[in-house]
Design a protein around this ligand. Structure first.
Ligand SMILES: [Zn+2]
Ligand SMILES: [Zn+2]
Length: 62
């Protein structure tokens, strides 16, 4: 998957600075799929989180 969109704010990665977003994404799950900008279905659990895009599948961390 090519990362086109910011997982935090949903804007294109080439659109401005996403420094704050990167910082936020180190702490919390992404809200948007980086490939298609769909809203991720996020589940937080004790070991971390998982975020699912209906097209691109599941991302996990933790
Ligand atoms: Zn951003
Ligand atoms: Zn996607």
């Amino acid at each position: 998957m090519t990362e086109t969109y910011c997982g935090h704010c949903g804007r294109e990665l080439t659109d401005g600075s996403h420094e704050d977003c990167r910082r936020a994404l180190a702490l919390e799950p992404p809200r948007y799929c980086a490939g298609c900008r769909r809203r991720m279905i996020v589940q937080v659990h004790p070991m971390g989180w998982s975020a699912r895009c209906s097209v691109h599948g599941v991302l996990t961390a933790g």
